[in-house]
Write a protein that binds this ligand. Structure first.
Ligand code: SIN
Length: 529
């Protein structure tokens, strides 16, 4: 149904750039991998817009790590496995929780300032955590702090070269091995970036949905190109919807951090009643999927399109502890210190992605992935809050270590590489913007928080029609992203239809129970399917 490449090319006619390690993406996973890999060879980082345009920059709540006096990696592991609802890979989780604290301290050594209480880090709590273990910076600007430190380090590192405004189109695969990417420069020139190892740290795909907390760059490009190239994709049906995105008609769905609930804010329904204690013993700090479904239930009962998050108990401390949320709400005419914030769920995080082992290796030699683009198995069916920044560090570091031997290969192998892609392009009458809008509407209504076979089947039928768009030669970055969104939408809907049970973030109205007997395994999709 989809072409192997979005555009035709002949490598012998294509300008080339060489490096030892190529990293695509400039969030925490990409930059940390790049810095670590620069100890072993020359690293090039490609990023689609500016360095700071990533999900990392928008992360508020923080980064989870078992560093508190009462905490331990064992407890962190238990919480992660419980949230993952039986689908986490235990080895990967063990690596995450055991190596996490060291990575966080490395980040501190690089210059990241996390908030402190006295001599100790100030740790907050988020949903489904049994301990306070979330480090945060400048209140709710954790991602910004990390991104600034890593960007500065990468920019001043002699071993890392960063190219901004580069839209990657496809992977270059020869003999089953990955040798880099084909990419478009801002002036439209198509260039081959060739390397011994390519790391896709391209982030998530929140833009699949009409309502998302993700920035506009989150179009899942790395996942889609890996799929086209033959990489194994896992668990694409598991999309996390964050319960509390700001709900003001016509405005972006700005994230209202879960840490607010960790510090005492509560959800109230249109009748002004607190409702979460009726739905889960952990009340407002229940797992995100439970909270999001409870909110839908209360919205339906109250004929409303949003719920309220009441953080007024924080009073004058609100602005100091959550400055970003405070300022943003004020900008939209809501004073969260004295009135509740209108919120509704929005697509937030992709648990599935490019299948990797615990060293970030994919099934294609020379291709690695980490961060949200990857599925190493630490999140299972539902990610524990604030585990994602940690994942980027831990597995980025492991990838760097596992790539180091590759620089000994003969440079002739790269220089002599020949490859021609000709698949025949087809004209498309509509615009990329219209196709994208249709995908986002369809995903929100049919492949969202509540799913069933009829809705998923209808979505797949429409996506099959839209697949023709992926055969048109994309002449703009928007068109490349849209082709990727069409492909990923299909993978998410298809995986969601295959899994006939409810588990974690995947809820089927027609199969509402978890079914361990038949579905305790990953959903795997490959391009040949
Ligand atoms: C939040 O601050 O609520 C988001 C944190 C996360 O998604 O891990």
């Amino acid at each position: 149904m989809y072409p192997r490449h979005l555009t035709d090319f002949d490598l012998s006619q294509t300008p080339r750039e060489y490096c030892d390690f190529l990293v695509v993406g400039s969030g925490i996973a990409g930059l940390y991998t790049a810095l670590k890999a620069s100890r072993f060879g020359r690293v090039t980082v490609l990023t689609k817009k500016k360095m700071e345009d990533s999900n990392t920059e928008h992360a508020q709540g923080g980064i989870a790590a078992a560093i508190g006096r009462e905490d331990s990696p064992r407890l962190h592991m238990e919480d992660t496995l419980t949230a993952g609802a039986g689908l986490c890979d235990e080895d990967a989780v063990r690596v995450l929780v055991n190596e996490g604290p060291t990575c966080v301290l490395e980040l501190v050594a690089l210059g990241a300032h996390f908030d402190k209480r006295g001599e100790d880090f100030a740790l907050t709590r988020e949903g489904a955590h049994s301990e306070r273990r979330i480090l945060h910076a400048r209140g709710d600007a954790t991602g910004e702090e990390i991104e600034q430190v890593l960007s500065w380090k990468a920019l001043t590192s002699s071993g890392v070269v960063i190219h901004e405004d580069i839209q990657v189109i496809d992977l270059i695969i020869s003999g089953g091995r990955c040798y880099g990417v084909l990419a478009r420069r801002p002036d439209g020139e198509v260039v081959a970036y060739l390397s011994w190892a390519t790391v896709l740290a391209t982030g998530g795909a929140g833009q699949l949905y009409k309502n998302t907390t993700n920035p506009s760059v989150a179009t899942g490009d790395g996942m889609a190109m890996a799929y086209r190239a033959g990489a194994v994709m896992a668990d694409m049906e598991f999309i996390q919807f964050h319960p509390t995105a700001l709900h003001i008609p016509g405005k972006p769905r700005f994230l209202i951090t879960e840490a607010l609930r960790g510090e005492g804010a509560v959800l109230v329904n249109p009748a002004g009643e607190r409702f979460m204690p009726r739905y889960h013993p952990r009340a407002d700090l229940a797992p995100r999927d439970v909270v999001a479904r409870a909110m839908l239930d209360e919205m339906r009962k109250g004929s409303a399109d949003h719920i309220w998050l009441d953080g007024t108990a924080l009073g004058s401390a609100f602005a100091e502890r959550f400055p970003k949320v405070y300022e943003t709400c004020r900008g939209f005419g809501v004073d969260p210190a004295v009135e509740p914030i209108p919120v509704a769920p929005a697509a937030h995080y992709m648990m599935g992605g490019i299948r990797t082992d615990i060293d970030g290796r994919t099934n294609l030699e020379g291709l690695y992935s980490c961060g949200e683009a990857a599925c190493v198995g630490v999140h299972g069916a539902n990610r524990l809050a604030s585990n994602s920044l940690l994942e980027g560090l831990v597995f980025g570091r492991r990838i760097a270590d596992s790539m180091k031997g590759l620089v000994d290969r003969s440079s002739a192998e790269l220089r002599d590489l020949a490859m021609v892609a000709r698949e025949g392009r087809r004209p498309f009458a509509g615009t990329a913007a219209e196709v994208r809008r249709q995908v986002q509407e369809l995903m929100w209504s049919n492949v969202g928080i509540l799913r069933d076979a009829a809705g998923l089947g209808a979505a797949l039928a429409r996506l099959a029609e839209l697949a023709v768009f992926t055969w048109s030669d994309p002449s703009t970055g928007e068109a490349i992203e849209t082709a990727n969104l069409v492909t990923l939408a299909h993978l998410v809907a298809r995986s969601a239809l295959i899994r006939e049970e409810s588990r974690g973030s995947h809820y089927r109205l027609d199969f509402p129970a978890r079914d361990d007997e038949h579905w305790s395994h990953h959903t795997i999709l490959e391009c040949e399917d």
